[in-house]
Write a protein that binds this ligand. Structure first.
Ligand code: COA
Length: 259
C-alpha cells in the first residue's frame, strides 16, 4: 500500500518504519506524501493510542531529505518543497496522540527535523544527529531552525546548524535532544513498552495534555494557564475522569473507554 513506509500495529500502538534502506531512508517527495496520508489515517483510528516512528536497517533513522531532489530545486520549487515537508511535520506535531521517534542510526537534516517534530525522542547507542545542510550550501527547511532552537537552546542550535557537525547519542542526551539512550537491540522493545503504557491511558486526557503542552510554544503563560483551566474542566466531563477517580477510590485498576 505504501512504497516507502512499513506499518505494524501492536497492542494499540502503531509502528511506522521509513523503508528506503538503499538510500539510508532519505525522505523523498513520495515518502513525505505517504507520511501525510498515513499520519492523518492513524490520527482518526480510535484503536491506536500511540505512534512510534523509526528507520529500517541498523544504520540509519533517516539520513535527510533526498539530496537528489534538492539538487533540482530552484527558488520557486524550493518554496513548495519546504512548505510540503513543514506541513506534514506540523500534522505530526498536532496529532491527537503522541508520536515517539525511535532514532536507530543517522538522524540528519530532514531526519533530525522529523525527530524534532515528534513529541519525544529515544535513541540507540549508535544514533547520530546533525543538521548538515550548511555543507550543501543551504539551511534546514523542514523546521530545524525553529524546533531545534526551541527544544534545546539557541546556542546549541546555532552551533549544530552553523557547523553541520554530527553529534552522537550521548551528546544528544546531554543537550536534551533525546530523553534516553538504549542499546541498539533494546531500542524498539523499550519504546514499545512506553508507547503501550501511554496507549492504556484515557485518549481524551492524552490529547488534552498534548494540546496544553504544545501551547507553551505559542501563547504567554497567563493565557496558557487559562487554557489549562478550560481543558482541565472539560476533562472532568468525561466518563474516563469518573472511571479513573472511582477506580482509585475503589482500589482497582481503571478501565478507560476513551469517552
Ligand atoms: N539523500 C539522498 N541520498 C542519500 C542521502 C540523502 N540525504 N543520504 C544518503 N544517501 C544515499 C547515498 O547517496 C548512497 O546512495 P548510492 O549507494 O546510490 O550512492 C546511499 O544513500 C548510502 O549512503 P553513503 O553515503 O554511501 O553511506 P555512508 O555510510 O558512506 O555515509 C552518511 C552515511 C549519512 C554520512 C552520508 O550518506 C551522508 O552524509 N548523507 C547525507 C546527509 C545529509 O547531508 N543530510 C541532509 C540532507 S538536506
Amino acid at each position: 500500500m505504501y512504497n516507502n513506509l512499513l506499518l505494524e500495529i501492536k497492542n494499540n500502538s502503531a509502528f511506522i518504519m521509513v523503508n528506503r534502506p538503499d538510500k539510508l531512508n532519505a525522505l523523498n517527495s513520495e515518502t513525505i506524501d505517504e507520511m501525510k496520508v498515513l499520519f492523518n489515517k492513524l490520527d482518526k483510528d480510535d484503536k491506536i493510542g500511540c505512534i512510534i516512528i523509526t528507520g529500517s536497517g541498523e544504520k540509519s533513522f533517516i539520513a535527510g531529505a533526498d539530496i537528489a531532489e534538492i539538487n533540482k530545486l530552484d527558488v520557486i520549487s524550493a518554496k513548495s518543497f519546504s512548505e510540503k515537508g513543514q506541513l506534514v511535520f506540523q500534522i505530526i506535531e498536532n496529532l491527537s496522540k503522541p508520536v515517539i521517534a525511535a532514532v536507530n542510526g543517522y538522524a540528519l537534516g530532514g531526519g533530525c527535523e522529523l525527530a524534532l517534530a515528534c513529541h519525544f525522542r529515544y535513541a540507540s547507542e549508535n544514533a547520530k544527529f546533525g543538521q548538515p545542510e550548511i555543507n550543501l550550501g543551504i539551511l534546514p527547511g523542514y523546521g530545524g531552525t525553529q524546533r531545534l532552537a526551541r527544544l534545546i537552546n539557541t546556542g546549541y542550535a546555532n552551533e549544530m546548524i552553523l557547523t553541520g557537525n554530527i553529534i552522537d547519542a550521548n551528546e544528544a542526551l546531554r543537550i536534551g535532544l533525546v530523553n534516553k539512550v538504549f542499546p541498539q537491540n533494546e531500542l524498539l522493545l523499550r519504546v514499545e513498552a512506553i508507547a503501550s503504557q501511554i496507549a492504556s491511558k484515557s485518549a481524551s486526557a492524552v490529547s488534552s495534555i498534548l494540546k496544553a503542552i504544545k501551547s507553551t510554544n505559542e501563547i504567554p503563560l497567563k493565557a496558557g494557564l487559562e487554557y489549562e483551566v478550560s481543558l482541565f474542566s472539560l476533562s472532568l466531563g468525561t466518563e474516563d475522569a469518573k472511571e479513573g477517580t472511582s477506580a482509585f477510590l475503589e482500589k482497582r485498576k481503571p478501565v478507560f473507554k476513551n469517552k
